[in-house]
Unconditional design. Structure first.
Lengths: 202, 471
């Protein structure tokens, strides 16, 4: 995973709450077996609407998404994160997120920056008054900075921040503890089920 | 201080305790795998030259992207076919057990696990699917993960996890006749909201939960994710043990006794403290249906479509406005006057044998409404076989419904079973999101009993409405 320290880009106001992962990318787009090419499915139903924010010149090249509360709820599909990344998004700023979406983002390198909903509202107002103007999101300082000097702190857990800053691979980190895994396995109760050899009913 | 059920299961799986903000490393007892969220994970293993650490803790099946008609023919959509074939190839390459289309143990992953008996109390269970919470009905800690985490579990049989907070949902009293587990969980979600469980592992408890069958408990735990919970759990009891006894992968003889002894300790201590508690009186429950585009937007069947101005919170109000527009509904319309085009009975929420029996009881000797289609989709091939042995398939077919093969079907708009734009359904599935059942489709979430009665009248109805109309 690439290191993430800070990002400067165009913020996009998505004034909707409860944007579940089916809205981010409908199931019919989940048939690919790669991690790329999902940008066509991003917000597929809404992209047909010429008034949709990503169809506006000022925002269509945006890289920082600012949705309403409960973004990324529902299905566990990591394709939702890939679709955002494939489209070009690097950061999502919001007040509440689905747990699995937030986890997936951390693993895939999409920064999820958590702020209070009143900050989201202020950012929406500012972005709409300054369409297409870039802002900075700094992970090192956990801070969002507007060109007028206004700054807002954001929350992200220490561990995810550390991993993003260093670009660390989770699996390699875990495999450093392989001895501990083997020790644990040696002590597992024998009644725990094994799927192999397969047993089935008559 | 006492520990909660989830504390006990969590603590029993800590491989390495995290310190200084680092998450715990949890051992995963069972990893369920399906075709949609796994191909990129297997690719990752190949790229890194890694094996699957514990094939014997892993089980694959095909469910999301599969047709429910002509299942033995090659899948017509080449992209879908490639995805399913990719899973088969990956299972072979990595030495994993797979139940493919046409196999008697194929089916929705969350139906297959319990029926094989590989879902047991006190386990950690994950799957690249948010409805993995279903398995919590057995007192397992079960949750959905993304594809990066699927790869992590395949490679290490563990997951780093930050410990969530705990919540109790206590449901005491007796549910009125005609009220099901589905009505209970839809009512709960409408009260706490779709984000109400974010950051919590939830334990459902109380006399009304204890009174539920294992299948009803699975329905409740299944929808934990619909209000944002990390996982939902129910303490195992004699019903749990009776359900498991004799299943193919249940422990046998002395192992069974050792297991039951351990399982019997899996309950929250009397003095355990939850971070939050929600209390529901079962006697107040009624058949419950959704009107909107998230599972929290629901009302009793006897109520009307709400007015957005009824909502104090501006976010809820604008969500209601959008939902009414999408659903093409007018505030004040009685729910019972809403006509549907399609009824879907199935899914990991309500596709088990008891769900089919309940619906068949309502439909027996009756016909579904003209111009309405009803899809009945067993949750697994085993459920299909059992239903056919009981003659339920004849009841559905005689009523005019379509009897299909097992899979996720119309729950998610990925396989051929979809709503057309503007089409309206009463669905026993778990999500009424915009376009969930097909682009432009409109979904009302209902119980199997309401689904069956609605199929007969053509409008949202309960079995009690049918009886009243006959008298």
């Amino acid at each position: 995973m690439d290191k993430f320290t800070n990002h400067v880009g165009v913020p996009v106001p998505l004034r909707r709450s409860n944007v579940d992962t089916d809205q981010i990318i409908p199931a019919v787009y989940l048939k690919r077996i790669t991690r790329t090419g999902f940008e066509d499915g991003l917000f597929a139903a809404w992209r047909n609407d010429p008034e949709f924010v990503l169809n506006k010149d000022a925002w269509k090249n945006g890289t920082i998404l600012i949705p309403g509360p409960d973004f990324g709820t529902g299905s566990s599909r990591e394709h939702a994160v890939w679709a955002l990344q494939n489209y070009g998004f690097k950061v999502v700023i919001g007040s509440r997120f689905g747990d699995i979406f937030r986890n997936n983002s951390g693993k895939a390198g999409l920064l999820v920056a958590k702020v209070e909903q009143d900050v989201v509202e202020r950012l929406w107002d500012w972005v709409e008054a300054n369409p297409g103007t870039e802002i900075e999101v700094c992970l090192v300082d956990r801070r969002i900075s507007l060109p007028d000097g206004t700054t807002y702190p954001f929350e992200i857990d220490d561990f995810t921040r550390h991993r993003l800053l260093e670009g660390l691979d989770d699996i390699s980190m875990t495999l450093q503890h392989e001895d501990a895994i083997s020790e644990y396995e040696a002590l597992r109760p024998s009644f725990k089920p094994k799927t192999i050899p397969a047993r089935v009913a008559d | 201080m006492g520990r909660t059920l989830s504390d006990k299961v969590w603590d029993a799986h800590v491989v390495r305790r995290g310190s200084g903000g680092e998450p715990d490393l949890l051992y995963i007892d069972l990893h369920l795998v399906h075709e949609v969220t796994s191909p990129q994970a297997f690719d990752g293993l190949r790229l890194a030259g890694r094996a699957v650490r514990r094939p014997e803790n892993t089980l694959c099946t095909e469910d999301h992207n599969t047709p429910t008609l002509n299942i033995l023919a090659p899948i017509a959509d080449p992209v879908s076919r490639a995805q399913v074939e990719t899973l088969r190839r990956n299972a072979e390459e990595f030495g994993l057990r797979i139940h493919s289309l046409g196999d008697r143990d194929q089916g929705i992953v969350h139906v297959v696990g319990p029926q094989l008996g590989v879902t047991q109390p006190g386990m950690t269970i994950v799957c690249g699917d948010s409805h993995t919470s279903t398995h919590g009905a057995f007192g397992a800690l079960a949750f959905g993960i993304g594809t990066s985490e699927v790869e992590h579990v395949l490679a290490t049989q563990t997951l780093p996890q930050a410990r969530p907070k705990t919540m109790a949902v206590t449901v005491n009293g007796e549910m009125p006749e005609g009220v099901t587990a589905k009505d209970l969980v839809l009512t709960l979600i409408s009260r706490v909201g779709t984000g109400g469980g974010q950051g919590y592992i939830v334990e459902y408890r109380g006399s009304a939960i204890e009174a539920l069958s294992m299948e009803g408990r699975m329905t409740i735990c299944n929808m934990s994710i619909e209000w944002g919970a990390k996982a939902g759990m129910i303490a195992p009891d004699q019903k749990t043990f009776d359900y498991l006894k004799g299943r193919p992968h249940a422990p046998q003889s002395a192992e069974w006794d050792a297991a039951v002894e351990y399982w019997s300790t899996l309950k929250s201590d009397e003095d355990a403290i939850f971070d939050r508690e929600v209390v529901i009186d079962a006697a107040e429950l009624a058949p419950f249906v959704t009107w909107g585009t998230n599972p929290g937007q629901g009302v009793p069947l006897s109520a009307s479509v709400p007015n957005p101005t009824d909502f104090d919170d501006p976010v809820d109000r604008s969500a209601a406005e959008r939902a009414l527009e999408y659903m093409d509904l007018t505030a004040g319309t009685p729910m019972r006057e809403i006509a549907v085009d399609t009824v879907f009975l199935g899914s990991c929420t309500n596709g088990r044998i008891e769900d089919l029996r309940l619906a068949a009881e309502v439909l027996k000797g009756k016909k579904i409404a003209d111009n309405l289609r009803m899809l009945v989709v067993p949750g697994s091939a085993r459920v299909l076989i059992q239903a056919e042995q009981e003659g339920l398939d004849r009841v559905f077919i005689d009523a005019g419904a379509e009897w299909r093969a097992a899979g996720c079907s119309m729950c998610l708009g990925m396989n051929p079973d979809q709503l057309a734009p503007g089409e309206r359904s009463a669905s026993t599935s778990n999500r009424n999101f915009e376009g969930r059942q097909g682009k432009g489709g409109r979904t009302h979430l209902v119980s199997p009993a309401v689904a069956a009665a609605t199929a007969i009248t053509g409008k949202l109805s309960s079995p009690a409405d049918l009886a009243a109309a006959e008298n």
